[in-house]
Unconditional design. Structure first.
Length: 367
């Protein structure tokens, strides 16, 4: 019994003695690496692991060493980064075996095995429909998750992790998941990411027609055509006739473009509503749903409401814009008598909305 106790104590103390040795190389950065290593060891002895781990990481960058790797794994374990520590202990075991350091390999593997029951794991599910989206890329905390890792429980450190999916022509999708020691979390990508909706650009307004001729030409014409009686009033400027046709046409184009954009938004949210509704079937039995299913159905209802309102608005705006463009009067100077003649009709387009739908009411008469 006493012998076993002595052997156990020696095994536990081993990392703090012979395996605490830092960088063994004599490269140009060896001195700095060794200084950082010993400073980190002193911090670890005082329980200041948050300060010690960065120094060990910097020492490892300057001069790689198995002892530095072992101590960094031990430091990360004390910080609660069990997955990082587990992977580091396995690396130390492999390097120790390659360098014929069998005792160190044995201890490193034992430390890794002790962490395995505590490992949090994260599974990212991507079904076959979602996987065929062009350019699909999945990342976890900014690091790419390869297709081979989809559907596989991967050890991660405890805490929050951000999953993001991107595809060509689609809006980024993201979800945060909390990893807990000893448990496996699961994230499922939607079958289809939401398309990017690009608002239609309204065509340029037509050039405004010129009203009247240049002043020099008008002066010449008045000199040759005015009678002696009309010369008395020649000092008064001619009346200015302002045309509103071009402005009406421009307003029509703008409202019509807004209507097209509204229809596009309605279509996008309609697709999203159907997608959320279909996805909820995996988490619902009839009208009974788990937490994920309830969330998906709420999202489907919200998206459907937005689609309905956007479609009503877009349709009304598009019809209004078309009417404004089609009823724009022709721009003419006047009648043969020289008096200006207005061609503006009395048609008015009045949008209407009600709890059961909406539309546009036309009143008046054509010119």
């Amino acid at each position: 019994m006493k012998r076993r106790t002595v052997m156990t104590i020696a095994l536990v103390l081993a990392p703090a003695t012979s395996w605490a040795a830092g960088p063994q190389k004599n490269g140009p950065n060896a001195a700095a690496a060794q200084s950082l290593f010993y400073e980190a060891r002193a911090l670890m002895k005082d329980g200041r692991y948050t300060e010690a781990c960065p120094k060990l990481e910097e020492s490892l960058k300057l001069d790689d060493g198995i002892g530095t790797r072992f101590n960094l794994a031990d430091c990360n374990e004390h910080l609660g980064k069990v997955a990082t520590a587990w992977a580091s202990f396995l690396d130390v075991a492999a390097l120790s075996k390659a360098n014929n350091q069998l005792e160190r390999e044995k201890v490193a593997r034992k430390r890794a095995q002790a962490l395995e029951p505590r490992l949090p794991k994260l599974t990212i599910e991507v079904d076959t429909v979602a996987a065929i989206q062009p350019g699909l890329e999945v990342t976890r905390d900014g690091s790419t998750v390869g297709t081979a890792a989809w559907g596989t429980p991967i050890p991660v450190d405890p805490g929050s992790h951000k999953i993001v999916a991107r595809a060509n022509g689609k809006q980024p999708w993201e979800e945060a998941v909390e990893a807990v020691e000893g448990k496996t979390a699961k994230v499922t990508l939607p079958r289809e990411l939401t398309p990017i909706v690009v608002a239609a650009t309204p065509p340029p307004a037509p050039a405004q027609a010129s009203v009247g001729a240049p002043a020099s030409r008008l002066d010449t014409a008045s000199t040759t055509t005015l009678t002696s009686e009309e010369q008395a009033g020649a000092d008064f400027p001619p009346p200015v006739i302002e045309s509103h046709a071009s402005a009406q046409r421009t307003v029509g184009w703008v409202i019509g473009a807004a209507g097209i954009a509204g229809l596009g938004v309605g279509a996008a949210f309609g697709i999203r509503s159907l997608d959320k509704r279909n996805n909820s079937r995996d988490n619902c039995v009839g009208d009974l749903c788990n937490e994920t299913g309830v969330k998906q159905r709420d999202q489907a209802i919200n998206a459907g409401n937005i689609a309905t309102y956007s479609t009503i608005f877009g349709g009304a705006a598009l019809v209004t814009g078309i009417i404004l463009v089609l009823t724009t009067p022709a721009e003419k100077q006047g009648s043969a008598s020289g008096k200006p003649r207005s061609l503006v009709g009395s048609i008015r387009a009045v949008p209407e909305a009600s709890p059961y739908g909406g539309g546009v009411v036309l009143t008046g008469a054509l010119p």
